[in-house]
Design a binder for this molecule. Structure first.
Ligand SMILES: [Zn+2]
Ligand SMILES: [Zn+2]
Length: 258
């Protein structure tokens, strides 16, 4: 499985920046997990292929450019963009984003080929198929309904924590897997901001270090994501102090293969 964290912004020379402001992962060039930077960072070829998007939760950094992505493709879509999310998240997207005020309700619109956007309600804790992948969504501990994901292509398996603080069901499901190749887990705030991390339900390097004691798999790649750009260097330093040899910070634009 190939996974890319799409860059959020480019610098004056057109190079992707390292700071992660928006969340969007691309799997095998065709499935997106969250859609923060989806309209900004895909190549033309990827834009032609991505029709399946999983939305873990409706926070703006995870959906910012989803409406623009659908808008850009509107006249050319020969099949709808399928948005996979829990029923609760779909209801929030319809109420707060695709509500005719902020953006058109694309799920009710058609182009010359048919529907342009379709919601697929996903279950929690139960496997479902999506493109060539098998996915399990597990509730995690964030301030809005949010799911973590376990994604498998039959050869390798990768777990995404999404935004969360201390959680249980996610780890129970992860630990039941016969093997795990990689874990993408958030580390949003530096240790000095533990209080804010707690109320906004995010990890600091210290609380992430504690949380990783719940992981029973060994030898996998652990990639820290969702570092707040203003504290990036400090968070990286504090993650390094955990002394976990397989823990690294995920680099936007780089293709990771498992
Ligand atoms: Zn969030
Ligand atoms: Zn977020």
């Amino acid at each position: 499985m190939r996974i890319q964290l799409l860059p959020s912004t480019v610098d004056g020379q057109g190079h992707a920046t390292l700071e992660q402001r928006l969340t969007c992962y691309l799997i095998d060039d065709c499935v997106a997990v969250d859609a923060g930077s989806i309209a900004i960072a895909l190549t033309t070829e990827q834009r032609g292929k991505v029709r399946d998007i999983i939305v873990t939760h409706p926070h703006m950094d995870h959906i910012a450019s989803l409406p623009i992505f659908i808008d850009d493709l509107y006249p050319t879509l020969e099949e709808p963009i399928r948005v996979y999310a829990t029923a609760e998240v779909i209801a929030l997207l319809e109420r707060d984003i695709f509500n005719w005020n902020i953006y058109p309700r694309f799920s009710e619109l058609k182009n010359d080929f048919g529907s342009v956007m379709e919601y697929v309600a996903i279950p929690e804790g139960k496997e479902f198929k999506l493109a060539h992948l098998t996915v399990i969504a597990l509730p995690v501990n964030h301030i809005v309904p949010t799911v973590g994901l376990i994604v498998s292509d039959g050869k390798s398996t990768v777990a995404f924590s999404s935004d969360t603080a201390e959680t249980e069901e996610f780890w129970a499901a992860v630990n039941r897997l016969p093997r795990l190749d990689a874990l993408l887990i958030e580390a949003s705030f530096p240790n000095s901001m533990a209080q804010l991390a707690e109320v906004s339900r995010h990890f600091t390097p210290a609380s992430l270090g504690q949380e990783l004691n719940k992981l029973h798999h060994n030898g996998l790649d652990i990639l820290a994501v969702h570092l707040k750009p203003a504290y990036r260097e400090l968070i990286i330093e504090q993650l390094g102090a955990l002394n976990l040899p397989n823990l690294n910070v995920m680099v936007p634009s780089r293709t990771y293969t498992w």
